[in-house]
Write a protein that binds this ligand. Sequence first.
Ligand code: AMP
Ligand code: MG
Length: 315
Amino acid sequence: MTGKNATEMLQADRAGIARAARILQSGGLVAVPTETVYGLAARADDASAVAGIYAAKGRPGFNPLIVHVDTLEQAEALAEFSPQARRIAQAVWPGPVTLVLPRRDGAPLAAGVSAGLPTIALRMPAHPVMRALIRESGCVLAAPSANPSNAVSPTTAAHVAASLGGRIDAILDGGACEAGLESTILAIRHDASLEVLRPGPFDLRRLSEFGPVGANIAAGIEAPGQLRSHYSPGKPVRLAAGMPEADEFMIGFGGIAGDVTLSAGGDLTEAAANLYAALHSGGASSQPRIAVAPIPETGVGAAINDRLRRASASR
Ligand code: AMP
Ligand code: MG
């Protein structure tokens, strides 16, 4: 945070976006809507602004950030794109896919952005407000999720205000996030192999034309962000629960009802969009524990279960 003022609440209209862009240009921190979750943005070329992200989140310095761009040209100034990487970027962007690529020598990025790794994580978001902000500020933006480290990610401006209010310069309110889960992270290796480092909203079957896709989700933590315990609502979480015990806040799905439901109709896309709001509600409830109904492992259900396993992992 650059000043001593309270966090400004901005609407995502022209005036709000212009104000947010000025704060970012001068090295401030602004929480911004994207189609995945709210991000905590700072200009990626400013070491003290980037340090501010780590400080506001209490994020360990070994956990790198994703840089958000408005154009492929901006991305290519930051990373080495093979012809294959360029084809993939053109196929998946804009959208909820982050590409991990070799960092370009001399790229105008604060060292803290990639936490000492030789690679850089890049994404072109689809959200019009985030895109307008990058254009208006003229800055590519480093932005992890806008929550304290290890806590549940925010999908509304109110979630951000509840946890980071007073610690950041502004929150740009663009309504609820559509996808509700962090981006799919895909590493493109020198040998042209593809590796999913984090499952997300993107349907991986769409990548099959680019070659075999491996997964490195639970194992080797090249990306320290793949922490086993993450997304914690601050109390124990029991998974695959058929019904709640007396002291549990129940998160339902499909035929299993609850205090809240991810999707009464059993729709996984709807469930992803509602997941973090449900975990925030469970965390804020008076019940000391949370139970979650079983979620099928198909499609985006795999990404939902990935987040739930980390939310339930004891620390
Ligand atoms: P967040 O936006 O909070 O979900 O965090 C961004 C995540 O992106 C990190 O936790 C890492 O898992 C991943 N990431 C960022 N940069 C890299 C990189 N250079 N290599 C691999 N993963 C990365
Ligand atoms: Mg995060």
